[in-house]
Design a binder for this molecule. Sequence first.
Ligand SMILES: *Cc1c(COP(=O)(O)O)cnc(C)c1O
Length: 396
Amino acid sequence: MNISEIKKLDEEYIASTYGRLPLVPAYGKNATLTDVCGRKYIDFTAGIGVNSLGIAPEEWIAAVTEQLGKIQHISNYYYSAPTAVLAEKIVKSSQMKKVIFSNSGGEANEAAIKTARKYSFDKYGKGRSKIITLLDSFHGRTVTTLSATGQDVFHNYFFPFTEGFDYVKAGDIEALEKLCDGTVCAVMCEVIQGEGGVNVIDAGFLSEVKKLCDEKDILLIFDEVQTGIARTGTLYAYQNVGVKPDIFTLAKGLGAGLPIGCCVLGEKCADVLHPGDHGSTFGGNPVICAGACVVMDTVTKPEFLNSVKEKGNYIISEISLMNAPVVSEIRGRGLMIGVKVKASHKEIAKKCLAEGLMILTAGKDVLRFLPPLTITYGEIDKGLEILRKVLSEIPG
Ligand SMILES: *Cc1c(COP(=O)(O)O)cnc(C)c1O
């Protein structure tokens, strides 16, 4: 099939919930993709931070196909070795207690929300179910995680939304203190807001939030769906700010391209949910977990984590050296980078794609880079060369 045939089928039969860009990738290696016409692209998106080990990583393919040849799925009514081994890796690397597997970030957050509400219900009874999140956050697309998302644009059409959420501005500890009365069971936030614009949340604020939560027995939930799995140069982003949550969630980079979500529970709430309280048909699938074990073994190596930090610092310094008038700020950590621009971020992303570079956008005016963690310096330089050309052609 050629591009126009594929485009025609897609537009005729798939509901248009995405405005797709004109690219049909056919195959690739690491951060270099080839489209159906044989044209090459540098990938600074990793499928929205999902392909953590790049396209077609060999060890991961071997682990996934080996498990695929044994048992592809067995349901959560039986034990599964790759699932249990992955759980151990996540728990030991975070010093948490237990995990709940699911299939996506939104679902992992649902599990976190349910756990927090039941923790509070078991201990304090009804009426203590509210969850405070941050403005400009993003927590998912289910009716409940849309409620948790602190952006008005997401609170349309699908009424009634799940009640019991309220929002504060990042950094405003007084406002949070005011909201944290006897009706609140949890505070939930990203360590660096991804979709909201690569907003790095102040570490001092996060430790004040932690202190407040501990005093009032309110659970602190970190949504690490985007920041987790070495994306920011530490295995989990909270490890860089020195604030340990009671619950955190993972998804995007964990499966290296196959769907998995994970809600990680600490001491306080490890045994809150009992058989029948929660479940998932596909959650913890053995094939995906076998692949995720390779991801964990790879990204937890100190030299790997260092390389993520170094590549991130290199990209940030190269972009600032471009001195492009259209750029007003560069921010982020590790390989989660935001470049604030004074022109349309969507138009810049389109121009980059036309030149052979895939990038993401976030918030109202931010270019977002989430390349595979394994991207090479050669690939980075090729991508930056295209970015330099595109940015230099836009007046400030
Ligand atoms: C992507 C994302 C989600 C939603 O994950 P899905 O897998 O699309 O459900 C939730 N929280 C954060 C921080 C995300 O970046």
